[in-house]
Design a protein around this ligand. Structure first.
Ligand code: CO
Length: 134
């Protein structure tokens, strides 16, 4: 059911420093920071040949990234994002198998303006999973 790895997301306490590290030390192509108020994050994408890294930093009050950074002050891997062709069919299949979808269970538009859902980490080997319809 899942297709390509769309991105791996890393929560970072200092977005400018993380962006510069990927650009300068690792020699990667990085995007300009983009605020996503609906998701409570500012994102930078590191563009790799075969996938992307999403650098996440809290934006505004009650950002879902803030509690993660409180527990992981130097940052860390936050989620992995897999592509699916039909997000509602994927959701229904996973729910039928007992998986928990976060939030109200309805897809929201993510960083690429495509529908996304998040799945409970306890159902997926301790890893928060994002599904993105492409
Ligand atoms: Co993501």
């Amino acid at each position: 059911m899942i297709g390509r790895l769309n991105h791996v997301a890393i929560a970072v306490p200092d977005l400018a420093a993380a962006r510069a590290m990927y650009r300068d030390a690792l020699g990667a192509t990085v995007t300009e920071p983009e605020d996503l108020p609906a998701h409570g994050v500012t994102v930078v994408f590191v563009e790799l040949d075969n996938s992307k890294i999403e650098l996440l930093h809290p934006l505004g009050e009650g950002s879902p990234i803030q509690s993660f950074l409180d527990k992981n002050p130097s940052g860390g891997m936050h989620h992995v994002c897999y592509e699916v062709s039909d997000i509602l069919a994927a959701r229904d299949r996973l729910v039928a198998q007992g998986a928990r979808v976060l939030g109200d269970g309805e897809p929201k538009n993510g960083a690429h303006d495509k529908p996304v859902l998040f799945l409970h980490p306890k159902d997926f080997a301790g890893t928060l999973v994002e599904l993105e319809q492409v």
